[in-house]
Design a protein. Structure first.
Length: 185
């Protein structure tokens, strides 16, 4: 009866280009990269939540235009893939690119519950390169996330804490972060 409240409560910060105002392509890439890291950790803690987010991102897989109904990840990828269209809102860096085909494969795998560790590891490394990630915290998070099954429980807690601290600093209202906070401890 009150299902509409869930949609209202979702705090998508990047509903349109105005949410990007004042950001750099580097900022957007960092937020998108952190969002992917959250999604990957969520795959291990709440497969249903990860699947749901991937399903919400997949319908608009062309990454051509921002949509109010799309996920923050989709809209961040659109801004990076089409920087020339958003240059009046963001500071562009055309050296940052979106590996669209790899993203689509990754999201389909999350949606289907399929885990191909070598391909995912390669995707995360490629994503780091495509997004020109130089932040040592993000690199450390990526190293642990891509080997999550081999990471000790103490290391996992540390990584989750790092993700939450970084998300609080750069993207507290990200739609996936809201789920991540409740599902991953």
């Amino acid at each position: 009866m009150l299902d509409f409240i869930n949609e209202i409560a979702e705090s998508r910060i990047y509903r349109n280009a105005d949410g990007l105002k004042g950001k750099t392509a580097e900022d957007i890439a960092r937020i998108a990269f952190l969002t992917v890291m959250m999604l990957e950790v969520l795959r291990f803690h709440s497969k249903a939540s990860a699947k749901s987010y991937a399903q919400k991102t997949l319908p608009f897989q062309s990454f051509k235009g921002m949509r109010t109904s799309a996920t923050d990840l989709h809209n961040l990828l659109v801004a990076l893939a089409n920087q020339d269209e958003y240059e009046n809102k963001i500071k562009t860096n055309y050296n940052i690119n979106v590996p669209s085909l790899q993203f689509k494969r990754y999201l389909r795998d999350v949606d289907n519950g399929y885990k191909n560790t070598p391909m995912d590891r390669n995707f995360f490394l490629e994503l780091e390169r495509y997004f020109k990630i130089s932040d040592s915290n993000l690199k450390d998070i990526r190293r642990h996330v891509m080997d999550w099954h081999r990471t000790s429980d103490a290391e996992k807690r540390t990584v989750v804490r790092k993700i939450k601290q970084l998300a609080n600093a750069i993207t507290i209202q990200n739609d996936l972060y809201q789920t991540f906070k409740t599902k991953v401890s």
